[in-house]
Design a protein around this ligand. Structure first.
Ligand SMILES: NC(=O)c1ccc[n+]([C@@H]2O[C@H](COP(=O)([O-])OP(=O)(O)OC[C@H]3O[C@@H](n4cnc5c(N)ncnc54)[C@H](O)[C@@H]3O)[C@@H](O)[C@H]2O)c1
Length: 317
């Protein structure tokens, strides 16, 4: 199978590409090294497999339609679309940029899939689509009409766009709603990575709220397994599926786990809660279990230990 992974130099995409290459897939990565975080980190993400004979790397912006059509000339079996501007807070600073890359970029790729007759399209959606929803755990059937950040609204829009293409053109569209992903190569802006570095360097960390907010943290290899299962799902033309861990961890517990694992205390600066952040995320994963045989395997403490091993390796390398 030859699969396009957009955003394949990023956190989730590079973990996915590496695993797929070891499994015998041919992979084309499409990534433009968008400068939200530095290019050298993304180059490091793909360094271990960049020269793999079954890897094609294309430095393409998904907004550049001409490049998509002229540079992606093979026959492809599926697109795993992970490229996006990510981050709730960043989206409040730059809502138009988020709309442009996330929504228009996704539509460009759906058009490309239509043109090239690629009929399996996996889309990276997000738990943020649930917005404020007090009914836990969150189910795919819950309404997603009240997102509270531009980022979340772009993900809802893309899920809707996907339905159009699945209905009109029989492109199977599977939106996977990822719940706070962590693990090796995690984006440097995300809390676990940012906090860990600051704890090690004994710099103050900024903690928004009183520590009671909760997240359903999902280890990246579990997300990768869910994506791979969705690649072979063929029972319907359109699905929206949660990929979470089905356990919540409070911000205070997350911080205490980091302190224990890193054997150092954090210096904490408490700040007010941030607009756009939801108080809690919690995935119902029954649908993923039924349709994808998805079963998260890495518990939070174990995942943090694995993350620490990676972080220490990369910072001392
Ligand atoms: N990390 C999480 O916790 C999480 C949670 C929910 C959803 N998601 C979604 O999963 C996907 C991957 O997230 P990630 O954490 O790996 O982010 P990431 O920023 O590490 O990876 C995204 C990649 O997309 C690339 N990209 C951005 N704009 C592009 C463009 N115009 N053209 C080509 N490439 C472009 C970037 O250069 C980057 O390498 C995103 O769609 C994100 O919204 C992530």
């Amino acid at each position: 199978m030859h699969v396009i992974i957009t955003g394949g130099a990023g956190f989730i995409g590079s973990n996915l590409a590496e695993k797929m290459l070891t499994m015998g897939y041919t992979v084309t990565i499409v990534d433009n090294f968008e400068p939200f975080y530095p290019k050298h980190i993304k180059l490091q993400n793909i360094a271990a497999f960049y020269k793999h004979p079954n890897l094609y790397f294309k430095e393409i912006d998904i907004l550049n339609v001409a490049d998509l059509y002229t540079q992606l000339t093979h026959t492809y079996d599926a697109i795993i679309h992970l490229a996006a501007k990510a981050g709730v807070r960043a989206s409040i600073q730059n809502p138009v940029g988020f709309q442009e890359i996330n929504v228009k970029g996704t539509q460009n790729l759906l058009e490309f899939a239509k043109f090239k007759q690629i009929n399996q399209f996996i889309f990276a959606s997000s738990s943020s689509v649930y917005g404020i929803n007090d009914k836990f755990p969150w189910c795919e059937e819950d309404a997603v009409l009240h997102p509270i950040s531009p980022y979340a609204s772009t993900k809802v829009s893309c899920e809707l766009l996907g339905h159009v293409y699945s209905h009109l053109y029989r492109i199977r569209f599977i939106a996977l709603r990822f719940f706070t992903v962590y693990g090796p190569k995690q984006r440097p802006d995300l809390a676990i990575h940012a906090f860990s570095k600051k704890i090690i360097q004994q710099q103050p960390i900024q903690l928004f709220g009183n520590g009671s907010t909760e997240r359903d943290y999902t280890y990246v290899s579990d997300i990768v397994d869910g994506i791979l299962a969705s690649l072979h799902y063929q029972k319907s033309w359109y699905e929206v599926i949660n990929l979470g861990n089905c356990h919540t961890v409070s911000l205070s517990t997350m911080l205490a786990t980091l302190e224990n694992t890193l054997c150092q205390k954090a210096i904490v600066e408490y700040l007010p809660e941030q607009p756009g952040d939801v108080p809690k995320t919690f995935a119902n994963i029954q649908k993923a279990q039924q349709l994808l045989n998805y079963q998260p395997k890495v518990a939070f403490e174990e995942g943090i230990q694995l993350f620490k091993n990676w972080l220490l390796q990369t910072t001392t390398a």
